[in-house]
Design a protein. Structure first.
Length: 221
């Protein structure tokens, strides 16, 4: 009975990159990760949409610069037509336009191509669970942009946030990932996730990028 159960738990992933020299080895490496099955490798956004339509697909690992249909437009199409499919961007580009464009289109994760296999698989699993994972460099860019262009706070933080939830929000604002927050506060990553889920629900925070902005406008970061 263990075989069928394990199969049901496999996350089905599409790897999208226009360079075969990147796409094929990446698909092969991810295919060896426990709990991940690469169901398709795509060279452009049109192929991604076709693979998702053939389904089922849980996560698309998305390059941004692709011919025919780029990663941002493909992410936007997926968010509109297949909102249950999570997108994790994996790209060499970490400029503001690329980051904000991808996150604005609906990507749940954003990694640069210096990310290791463990970082990528962690981001895939997090995205499939509805969580956002941002590369530390990407978080730093968002933090710098938010500090430069932060508007006046439109929504104050709710009064029922606990002191620990405020601490967690402040550390998200500093750009720390869940593991870094856990180490800073001497708690488990599971406890960090619980605090994040609670504060996101209480404060109406959409994703990690929104959390960074809220932390800054609230004066916590």
């Amino acid at each position: 009975m263990s075989g069928p159960v394990a199969q049901e738990q496999q996350l089905k992933v599409v790897v999208a990159d226009d360079q075969a020299a990147v796409r094929e080895p990446l698909a092969a490496v991810l295919g060896l990760a426990e709990g991940i099955e690469v169901v398709a490798a795509a060279a452009n956004g049109t192929e991604v949409l076709a693979a998702v339509a053939a389904g089922p697909v849980d996560v698309v690992l998305m390059d941004l610069r692709m011919p025919v249909m780029d990663g941002i437009e493909t992410t936007r199409r997926l968010a509109g037509e297949y909102p249950e499919v999570a997108v994790v961007v994996l790209t060499t580009f970490a400029d503001d336009d690329s980051i904000l464009g991808a996150l604005g289109a609906g990507a749940r994760g954003y990694l640069t191509k210096n990310a290791g296999r463990q970082d990528i698989t962690r981001a895939i699993r997090a995205a499939a669970a509805g969580q956002s994972v941002l590369d530390r460099e990407v978080q730093g860019r968002l933090l710098a942009t938010a500090r430069t262009h932060a508007p006046a706070p439109e929504r104050p933080l709710p009064e029922d946030l606990t002191p620990r939830e405020r601490e967690v929000l402040a550390l998200i604002g500093e750009g720390l990932p869940n593991r870094g927050i856990a180490e800073r506060l001497f708690i488990s990553e599971a406890t960090v996730k619980t605090h994040i889920n609670n504060l996101f629900a209480k404060a109406g925070i959409r994703d990690r990028a929104d959390a960074v902005r809220r932390a800054i406008t609230a004066g916590l970061a």
